[in-house]
Design a protein around this ligand. Structure first.
Ligand code: AMP
Length: 214
């Protein structure tokens, strides 16, 4: 099964993608995570992406498409792929469609995880992560046992540079302008399933599974 999780930044796509990929045996491909790994490794792509990411702008379509197509090629060893954070523009979606057609692959479901903007701002601006193990926390909703410190390894928790209120606003604007049109695009192809992203993590996971016919 090949899936896309669509939704605004902070809709919980990353958290849900881990659960869904595990449940269905899919290769989880998060474009944001892949880009952050490229930055950490200081590759040419990572360095090009850095400034754009830090100000909440999108990385150019051709770079993202090439990066993701390369990763999708590895899904053959699994039960399929789950894309998280990609595609984010109409051009990316159209590029993906033609690459999948050439590879005789197809999408099964595009799940749109829906959350209001005001909720997104609260979620993202309170988000913290451990630079060592990657675990994420929220200052209000899922705080660590000791403020500012990872429960797993005692590392000092950090805030993503793009989770500041100003950059979050910018990312939401980018989402509405560039990514939201994909809802109509996949709706016209009969692939869209919409679920509410509000509620407990497990409740949202159950909604996504059901939307995928599981
Ligand atoms: P995310 O972790 O999905 O919120 O992505 C973090 C940042 O990486 C975004 O704000 C963009 O700068 C960049 N990025 C991730 N995925 C894409 C994509 N599909 N197209 C363009 N830029 C992307």
């Amino acid at each position: 099964m090949n899936l896309i999780l669509l939704g605004p930044p902070g809709a919980g796509k990353g958290t849900q993608a881990v659960q869904i990929a595990e449940a269905f045996g899919l290769l989880h491909l998060s474009s944001g995570d892949i880009l952050r790994a490229e930055r950490k490794a200081r590759t040419e792509l990572g360095q090009k992406a850095q400034v754009l990411m830090d100000r909440g702008a999108l990385v150019p379509d051709d770079l993202i498409l090439a990066m993701m197509v390369e990763h999708i090629g590895r899904a053959a060893e699994r039960n399929g792929f789950l894309l998280d954070g990609f595609p984010r523009t109409l051009a990316q979606a159209q590029g993906l469609k033609s690459r999948l057609e050439s590879a005789k692959m197809r999408l099964d479901h595009v799940v749109s995880v829906e959350v209001e903007d005001s909720e997104i701002v609260t979620r993202l601006t309170g988000r913290l992560y451990c630079p060592e193990c990657g675990r994420t926390y929220h200052e209000k909703f899922s705080p660590p046992q000791v403020a500012g410190v990872c429960d797993v390894n005692g590392e000092k928790l950090l805030r993503r540079k793009d989770d500041t209120p100003e950059v979050v606003r910018q990312r939401l604007e980018t989402y509405h302008r560039e990514t939201k049109p994909l809802i109509a695009y996949y709706g016209e192809q009969g692939l869209l399933r919409s679920v509410s992203g509000v509620g407990e993590i497990d409740e949202v996971t159950a909604r996504i599974k059901e939307a995928c016919g599981a």
